[in-house]
Write a protein that binds this ligand. Structure first.
Ligand code: AMP
Ligand code: ZN
Length: 117
């Protein structure tokens, strides 16, 4: 069923507490934790607790949960005391997606080039 935990999903395991993570925020519907391979001084991943493979699938199935994710990206930035940040949602391996449980990267604390690579 859509949104149900997937046995082979790393981020579902983080939600379940089966894989450790440095959690910085948590809500009823989301978890935010530090990226294990940070690409900026602030690099936090925000995920819904429910499993959806990417942002479009999440928004199609549960638009309010998609909004929770984006709001939490802002809350992470506020908590990290950064006023400028980039939110990245990779979709597909060709775009660099390696974990197929939707996650918003929140990147901040260094110059962020535009356009991004
Ligand atoms: P993406 O490449 O957009 O799918 O992003 C996946 C991100 O998850 C990468 O930036 C990884 O560094 C990060 N990552 C992988 N395993 C872990 C983990 N156990 N804890 C925290 N972040 C992780
Ligand atoms: Zn998952």
């Amino acid at each position: 069923m859509a949104g149900e935990p997937q046995a082979d999903c790393l981020f579902c395991k983080i939600v379940a507490g089966e894989v450790p993570a440095t959690v910085v925020r948590q809500t009823e519907t989301t978890v935010a934790f530090r990226d294990i391979n940070p690409q900026a001084p602030t690099h936090v991943l925000v995920i819904p607790k429910a499993h959806y493979p990417n942002a479009a699938a999440l928004a199609a199935a549960e638009p309010r949960l998609a909004a929770d994710l984006l709001r939490e990206a802002g809350e992470v930035a506020a908590q990290e005391k950064v006023d400028a940040y980039r939110t990245v949602l990779n979709t597909g391996s060709g775009a660099g997606q390696t974990v197929f449980h939707v996650h918003a990267h929140v990147l901040a604390g260094r110059g962020l080039e535009w356009p991004p690579g």
